[in-house]
Design a protein around this ligand. Structure first.
Ligand code: UDP
Length: 455
């Protein structure tokens, strides 16, 4: 605990201020990291926005600092740049004030704590404040690392006339990013000015002392080498964060429908397709209707998460074609939000149809579940390429009912699916090795603790 740590270090104590982003896929890994660091004896404050605030009663021992974000709940997530800017501008003053107060109070006290800021890269204001106050900072990246070279090269591609991508180039390999194709690059369809602004916005202005990446050394060695060459500070690979320490309480913003677990209990082993496209992706009616037909025609049992409001123009599943509802109910279950990690760990689940968000990808790897990949944007397309072409535990799907039906069969009952399952299980073994004693992520976490103690 904290007392032992102070005794060991001549009375010195540390307070880590973890600044979390309000996105589900960012908040969860930050809370896991917080729980881990707390178990090592550090005092922890979680600074967070009022939007999507975590529930302190789920995390005894951690201190929570809600920042006044003044963000109206109606702010459009789809306009990511405006959202990020407003969030960062609004949270900054309160965050700075809070830190100045702590620093001033310590000046007159014998009871001093070394303050270290650990921040999600989307909450870049925390890095700026740390720089202004002369505090050390560490960045947490909750995505995979292969997106880094793909983003870094975009300004250069733009100068050379290779970005925005011309349609005739989409299937070609970007030589510098092999095996990524032009179609795998992020920001497809966004005006170039906004793309460059976004890239500039999320690059830290004050260089942090270190980076934490929620990935594993064996998965993305080439990107990690490039990242280390670029930043020239320690880069700790600490993934998968959801498995480094048991955190019994849920970190979900939405209520998990646990009835699906008893439904899964009644299904045959490895027969069910789990379908979820994460916490942000929104779809057109046409896309969701094709998904529904593909699922129905595949004749496989399925568990489908349709997040309320995720299909444009509908509250929930009113988009389902009338003739299909009873047919779908006979073979599947549709829920609003699922306990995903538990679902993926269930023996009845044989495949995961996913948008390939990074957390979903790590969760699927950890359970050895092969994937059907339907990426939307950002790192999801890069991850899809790696899942299908490099790690070979996923197939990229085309969202058309016939194609979907075929892909589902191939993964759940075909020979291709068996090979993918085999690969997924090999990867699962390597992930388990990495987080067990002496493994790469365990070692990285150990070095991280030593690094913080040296600040
Ligand atoms: N998730 C969940 N229940 C669901 C769907 C998703 O608990 O019904 C969780 C999932 O386990 C993952 C997170 O939400 O931890 C989604 O993060 P990811 O990075 O995969 O995608 P994002 O939501 O950021 O696009």
């Amino acid at each position: 605990g904290q007392r032992e740590m102070a005794e060991e270090h001549g009375g010195r104590r540390w307070r880590l201020v973890l600044t979390a982003s309000p996105l589900q896929g960012h908040m969860t890994p930050m809370l896991h990291l917080a729980t881990f660091l707390h178990s090592k004896g550090f005092s922890i404050t979680i600074a967070h926005s009022e939007l999507n605030r975590p529930d302190p009663s789920n995390h005894p021992g951690l201190t929570f600092l809600p920042l006044h974000d003044n963000i109206s709940a109606t702010l459009d997530f789809a306009n990511a740049i405006q959202f990020l800017q407003t969030l960062n501008d609004n949270c900054r003053p309160h965050f700075q004030e809070h830190l100045v107060q702590i620093i001033n109070a310590q000046k007159d006290s014998s009871d001093k704590e070394t303050i270290v800021i650990i921040y999600d890269n989307l909450m870049y204001f925390a890095g700026t404040v740390a720089g202004d106050l002369g505090l050390p900072s560490i960045v947490l990246r909750t995505s995979g690392s292969s997106i880094f070279p793909a983003i870094k090269i975009i300004p250069q591609l733009h100068q050379e006339g290779r970005f925005p991508v011309q349609d005739c180039m989409l299937q070609e390999i970007v030589t510098e990013l092999d095996p990524l194709r032009y179609k795998d690059l992020p920001f497809y369809g966004l005006p170039i000015k906004q793309t460059l602004e976004t890239i500039n916005m999320i690059m830290p202005k004050t260089p942090p002392s270190a980076y934490l990446w929620n990935t594993l050394e064996f998965l993305e060695p080439s990107a990690l080498t490039q990242i280390r060459d670029h930043y020239q500070v320690p880069v700790f690979t600490v993934g998968p964060l959801h498995k480094i320490i048991p955190t019994p309480s849920s970190t979900s913003f939405l209520e998990e429908d646990t009835s699906c677990i008893s439904w899964l209990d009644k299904q045959a082993p490895k027969s069910v397709l789990y379908v979820s496209l994460g916490s942000i992706a929104n779809m057109d009616e046409k896309v969701s209707t094709e998904m529904a037909w593909g699922l129905a025609n595949s004749n496989q049992p399925f568990l489908w998460v349709v997040r309320p409001g995720s299909v444009k123009g509908f509250e929930w599943i009113e988009f389902l074609p009338e003739g299909l509802v009873s047919e779908m109910k006979a073979r599947g279950l549709i829920v609003k939000w699922a306990p995903q990690k538990e679902v993926l760990a269930h023996s009845a689940v044989g495949g995961f149809w996913s948008h390939c968000g990074w957390n979903s990808t790590l969760e699927s790897m950890f359970e050895g579940v092969p994937m059907l990949c339907q990426p939307f944007d950002l790192d999801q397309k890069v991850t899809t390429r790696y899942l299908s072409y490099v790690w070979k535990m996923g197939v990229e799907i085309v969202v058309e009912r016939g194609e979907i039906e075929g892909a589902i069969r191939r993964v759940l009952v075909g020979k291709e699916g068996e090979e993918m399952k085999q690969r997924a299980m090999e990867i699962q073994e390597k992930v388990k090795d990495a987080i067990s004693h002496g493994g790469s992520s365990q070692n990285s976490l150990k070095k991280l603790v030593e690094f913080i103690l040296s600040l």
